[in-house]
Design a binder for this molecule. Structure first.
Ligand SMILES: [Zn+2]
Length: 281
């Protein structure tokens, strides 16, 4: 299986000034245990992925001793969003959903979010996405056939087939979105009984951490729609429907701008004085 987030390859191919983004030339900077890249599918400037250098399959497996280093990165990026982009931070992890298409390698998504988001907007956006994906439905029947595959259930809903629910019910996002501090799911050993694949997102107005059975790139779909509507109406489908899938649109110029802006910001910070030695590519 291809490791799409192999640190050594990013070091080899990321040059000072890149003209066109490609698989391994988007490295921005790194510390002892983590590195930061500009992510494919950058529907806004400042979309980053934070990745551990060691191979873990989700952030939940990372040792607790790394939590300070993770928080250092999050605080730094959050300051960058606030000072340079006038945005808040929105963090999310898909957790073993195969969103990269290759090897499952832990990566945390960091995205700028509009300043004026309220908790009710977040709940509304997520609810519509849950409905579209059939989150909470375990089995449906159509023409006397029982369907339990996540992607097939989603397809039946999108095509508006006349199905009936055989098991489960639509999950209301109000039940799981709470206003909390960042409570990272790190330090759970994959082989311990406490470890479960999960979906996680955090915004200071609302966050969740839950083992949802859900199809790929949920966090990206939420981030895309949160940024699109400052005052939320309804999600338009068709043309818009899959722009949040990174495979559909990479947004090359935003990727380049994200790299340049954040590197410039790091230089301004005089990062050598800081606790973690950040090396820019
Ligand atoms: Zn992901």
């Amino acid at each position: 299986m291809i490791d799409q987030l192999d640190f050594e390859k990013f070091v080899r191919y990321s040059k000072k000034n890149i003209k066109k983004p490609s698989d391994y030339n988007r490295l921005i900077a790194h510390t002892d245990n983590f590195f930061l890249i500009s992510g494919y599918g950058a529907f806004n400037i400042g979309y980053f992925l934070l990745i551990p250098k060691k191979l873990y399959s989700s952030f939940g497996e990372i040792e607790i001793k790394c939590s300070e280093e993770i928080n250092y990165w999050i605080t730094l990026i959050s300051k960058f969003y606030n000072e340079k982009l006038e945005k808040d931070i929105f963090l999310f992890e898909h957790g073993l959903c195969g969103c990269l298409g290759g090897l499952d390698r832990a990566h945390l998504h960091l995205s700028p979010a509009n300043k004026n988001l309220s908790q009710s907007t977040i709940i509304n956006v997520v609810n519509q996405i849950f409905k579209r994906r059939g989150v909470g439905l375990k089995k449906i029947t159509y023409n006397n056939v029982t369907i339990d595959n996540r992607y097939d259930i989603e397809l039946m809903i999108n095509k508006e087939f006349n199905y009936t629910i055989a098991e489960g019910k639509f999950l209301d996002s109000k039940e799981i979105i709470k206003k909390t501090k960042i409570k990272f799911p790190i330090g759970l050993n994959k082989y311990s009984s406490a470890f479960k694949p999960y979906n996680f997102f955090y915004h200071h107005k609302g966050s969740f951490l839950k083992d949802l059975d859900v199809s790929t790139q949920l966090g990206r779909e939420i981030a895309y729609n949160l940024n699109k509507f400052s005052k939320y109406e309804s999600i338009k489908t068709e043309n818009d429907d899959s722009v949040w899938k990174w495979q559909i649109k990479k947004f090359n110029s935003n990727i380049i701008k994200s790299i340049k802006l954040f590197k410039k910001y790091l230089l301004e910070q005089n990062i050598k004085d800081k606790k973690y030695n950040i090396i820019t590519s």
